[in-house]
Design a binder for this molecule. Structure first.
Ligand code: ARG
Length: 582
């Protein structure tokens, strides 16, 4: 069964037929572009076709628009109006919107189209460093990456979600030294990540003042890199413990990776890669080190990339180049998305530039994001700073999750004291975790934002609690009916303005989902869901559902049910769970 054409497709066909009718010779490949009206007062959609065609039809745009409109005459789909310099505005008819609602309600995909040419996309996100705590900065990568993975999959791409953990590198010299000299085995058992972090921090602090410790840590690293059995065993132990700790957080966040190919996975590929780059003259030897120069390239010029140090060691850039080659040749990716903070912009520019010279063919994209800031409660006037604890460390993600759930729990306690303990706990978990995710995803990723419990957990405004509550409201109507009713999607008649507006909003879900992937911006979907929820509340206030009858009642129930499905599906694409009561 072919999918029902969308409203914009129907309108485009209408315009094309009219152009045929007036015998216009159109430029090769022309098809009228239909875009949402900039202001609801101008109708639902508009087209600039007449402006685009002015030159080839040798007529002024307003005339062309009028001719198109006259050729269409009275349409069952929409009324037309010529506006401004030659725009055509479309005001959809109640019948057209009713049919669109029927199509949406009977479509398991709720109007979200599958892409015509699916790609294999590797999404590199979260990617924390072993034995360092995941901090609130990592939360952005984890949540944005997960949402993009869900959306890309939903539209039909073949997605590999990869957690490229930092499980190799200089920090292991320090961890190994700490492990051997003062590891607390009981503490390690109780909270492995915390104990590993303590080892790292203590040695790291000492290294700065004591050259002997610095040298010992360096020696431990050299031994590890040379494959020393004792150090390899400790390293493996650290990796396993950290992975287990991270896995618990991901489970709680309902975030799942297909692969965990950390930096260490690429160890054996670094030397051959550097040799190959030297052979191809992409890299050059320079004072015992190996570099790539970027003459003439804006921002990179004068800052050569070091891909092998003079002591023979490799670094972050080398690993990323080897990773990239593996993803393209072994994993056959056609697209790679790196969800990593903006401070690494130059790093990725460098990596992509070297890859290009190395004839790596894939679309690589650094999906950058800003920082999370915090205002000082004692000095609210001061500009917000990077989020840190009082000791100047980044706040742990686990603590933030715990607190969000606890705060959500007290709201449930207050609003719904009679629910069972299990149900209260489940609601608090869904709302608490959902609030953190939604707060992240409702901000444009490029900008910094200020962390705020109120902003996250408020029952009003563009928040997870408001959206989940809206879902609950759409469902609670069905519980109030004296018998179970499944609204008939074919028995639809839209009359009240609030019904028409809600139906129209619902039909735009597919466009909102597609818009996210244009520039990897999940906030476009959250903005849509928020508008939908508001439209639903206006409808719910204006149009009684339970007290209505016949087709009106069926139509209103269908609007409630379809809103519920779109909200649940949309939130699911953001990684957020809904609850049936709250
Ligand atoms: N481990 C790195 C960090 O925490 C992020 C890795 C991102 N991915 C990559 N392929 N470089 O800063």
């Amino acid at each position: 069964m072919s999918p029902t054409p969308t409203l914009p497709t129907l309108l485009a066909d209408l315009v094309s037929d009219a152009l045929d009718g007036i015998g216009a010779t159109l430029p090769e490949g022309f098809s009228p572009e239909i875009s949402p009206a900039s202001d609801p007062r101008f109708g639902h959609y508009q087209t600039n076709a007449a402006l685009v065609l002015a030159r080839s039809l040798k007529d002024n745009p307003r005339n062309i628009a009028t001719r198109i409109s006259d050729a269409i005459g009275v349409s069952e789909l929409a009324t037309l109006e010529v506006a401004g310099p030659g725009f055509l505005n479309f005001n959809l008819s109640a019948t057209a919107l009713g049919n669109a609602l029927t199509a949406l309600a009977t479509d398991p995909r709720l109007g979200v189209a599958l892409v015509s040419s699916p790609e294999r996309i590797i999404i590199d996100y979260s990617s924390p460093n072993i034995a360092k705590p995941m901090h609130v900065g990592h939360i952005r990568s984890t949540i944005i990456g997960d949402s993009l993975a869900r959306i890309a999959r939903f539209v039909g791409h073949d997605v590999i979600a990869d957690n490229h953990i930092g499980d190799w590198g200089t920090q292991f010299g320090m961890i190994l030294h700490g492990w051997k000299t003062f590891l607390d085995h009981a503490a390690l058992e109780a909270n492995p990540i915390a104990e590993l972090v303590r080892c790292y921090r203590e040695v790291n602090a000492e290294v700065k003042t004591n050259p002997v410790t610095a040298e010992t840590a360096r020696q431990e690293l050299v031994k590890l890199q040379a494959g020393d059995p004792e150090n390899t065993k400790i390293w493996q132990n650290c990796v396993d413990l950290s992975r287990a700790g991270l896995q618990k957080i991901y489970d709680r966040l309902d975030i799942h990776f297909d692969t965990w190919l950390g930096e260490s996975h690429y160890n054996d590929r670094l030397r051959p890669l550097v040799d190959d780059l030297l052979r191809k003259k992409i890299a050059t030897r320079n004072d015992g080190a190996v570099c790539v120069f970027f003459e003439g390239i804006p921002r990179l010029e004068g800052k050569p990339a070091l891909i092998q140090k003079s002591d023979g060691g490799f670094n972050y850039t080398t690993t990323d180049l080897a990773t990239l080659a593996y993803r393209i040749h072994d994993q056959q990716a056609t697209r790679i998305w790196y969800v990593v903070g903006s401070p690494q912009r130059l790093h990725f520019q460098e990596v992509f530039e070297i890859a290009r010279r190395h004839e790596i063919e894939a679309a690589m994209c650094h999906i950058a994001f800003g920082s999370i800031l915090q205002s000082d409660p004692e000095n609210p006037e001061a500009p917000p700073q990077l989020m840190r604890t009082r000791e100047g460390r980044s706040i742990g993600l686990v603590e933030v999750l715990e607190e969000a759930v606890e705060r959500a729990r007290s709201t449930v306690e207050e609003k719904n004291p009679d629910l069972s303990e299990d149900e209260k706990a489940a609601i608090a978990e869904a709302v608490g975790i959902g609030s953190i995710k939604y707060f992240e995803l409702s901000h444009d990723r490029s900008t910094d934002y200020v962390f705020s419990w109120e902003g996250m957990l408020s029952q009003q405004g563009n928040t997870a609690p408001y959206l989940i509550y809206s879902y609950v409201r759409t469902r609670s109507i069905f519980r109030k009916l004296d018998q179970e009713i499944v609204p008939d999607p074919k028995n639809v008649e839209l009359t009240a303005p609030a019904e028409l507006a809600l139906a129209f909003k619902l039909t735009q879900f597919g466009d909102a989902v597609a818009a996210v992937l244009v520039d990897h911006r999940p906030h476009l979907l959250s903005a849509y869901l928020y508008e939908l929820a508001r439209q639903f509340h206006s409808f719910f206030e204006a149009c009684p559902v339970l007290r209505s009858e016949g087709t009106t009642r069926n139509t209103r129930l269908l609007l409630c049910d379809t809103t519920a499905r779109v909200l649940a599906q949309g939130l699911n694409l953001l990684g957020i769970k809904v609850v049936e009561r709250m």
